[in-house]
Write a protein that binds this ligand. Structure first.
Ligand code: PMV
Length: 311
């Protein structure tokens, strides 16, 4: 039995550049948001394996392999298949401070914390590579055809430059910078937005491909700016990336309003983040404008604001 005082954790994540285009093989940049975490604590159990989901009214979840579309169950099934062991007699206390269904990777983080706890209790800890493969499979329940960026940044807990099916590249942050994440409060299904971009690709292949490629070039340029500490250059890149996402129809009136409000209040740059149509946007700010941007986003209707330093 591992030390029960040691919780396993996994952070939230946010995509900075390249969402949607990443599905088509273009690069994207994502970073962990360490101020938001999912965690799992292990305790001995007298009545077999169970999960206590504290954020769902302490609901007790028992293993049921029939529930293949349920992410926690799927995680447990894959874990047993991988280790060749059955579930240990422990209770796992799951907690999360990550808002759900808003593009912050709450599902992937909870599954990651759970898989780390159960594999530790099995005395069969997983490498990040193996865990990443398991969480990618679980992500298919939410996303249909995920690019893999969410699980990768969450499992590795590092800023990444990500290209589908390529080795993971850690992004060097030459100079730290501050983001404000503004939540529209509108839940949106990523797989619907991803499906709509696919329909656009079928209906207008040339124009859509051009936009996707342009987003890829922006992500590449953003990598150079971040690795050289040229934070001011990110503003224009965010602006262009947001415009292209709008053209791909995945933004929303709320997201556009928040982006405008943040820029008017002095943000260096702002754009929607993740699947879109709702969920979150990000604003890049310097200390001098941080409070004004927060206030502007609140006035524009943000239901939740998170500050995070990318470092
Ligand atoms: O909605 P989120 O933050 O989970 O992001 C999805 C990112 C997409 O590029 C739209 C889809 C994907 O699988 O990469």
């Amino acid at each position: 039995m591992p030390d029960p005082t040691l919780d396993t954790t996994a952070p939230a994540k946010i995509i900075l550049f390249g969402e949607h285009a990443v599905v088509y093989g273009e690069p994207a940049i994502a970073v962990p948001v360490a101020s938001l975490q999912a965690s799992a604590a292990i305790q001995p159990s007298e009545d077999g394996f169970k999960i206590i989901a504290h954020d769902l009214d302490a609901a007790i979840v028992r293993y049921d392999p029939q529930l293949i579309k349920e992410p926690l169950q799927r995680t447990l099934t894959l874990l047993q298949q991988h280790t060749g062991q059955s579930l240990p007699d422990v209770e796992i206390h799951l907690r999360s401070t990550i808002p759900m269904a808003s593009g912050l990777g709450s599902g992937a983080a909870i599954s990651t914390a759970l898989a780390r706890a159960v594999s530790a209790a099995m005395e069969s800890p997983l490498s990040n590579e193996t865990l990443n493969g398991i969480i990618f499979e679980v992500e298919k329940i939410h996303h249909g055809t995920p690019s893999g960026i969410d699980n990768t940044v969450i499992v590795y807990e590092q800023p990444i430059y990500y290209v589908r099916n390529q080795p993971i590249e850690r992004l060097k942050i030459e100079q730290h910078f501050k983001l404000i994440i503004g939540d529209t409060g509108k839940k949106a299904l990523t797989h619907v937005a991803v499906g709509d971009v696919r329909k656009l690709m079928e209906a207008q292949p040339e124009q859509t491909q051009q936009r996707i490629s342009a987003i890829g070039e922006i992500a590449t340029a953003a990598r150079v700016a971040i690795e050289h500490g040229h934070i001011a250059d990110l503003g224009q890149l965010m602006h262009e990336n947001h415009r292209l996402l709008k053209e791909l129809t995945v933004s929303s009136s709320d997201l556009n309003r928040f982006v405008e409000a943040a820029l008017e209040a002095g943000a260096i740059g702002a754009k929607m983040s993740g699947g879109g149509r709702g969920g979150n946007m990000i604003a890049l700010v310097d200390e001098r404008h941080s409070q004004a941007v927060m206030q502007a986003l609140r006035d524009a209707g943000a239901v939740n604001l998170i500050e995070t330093i990318v470092c």
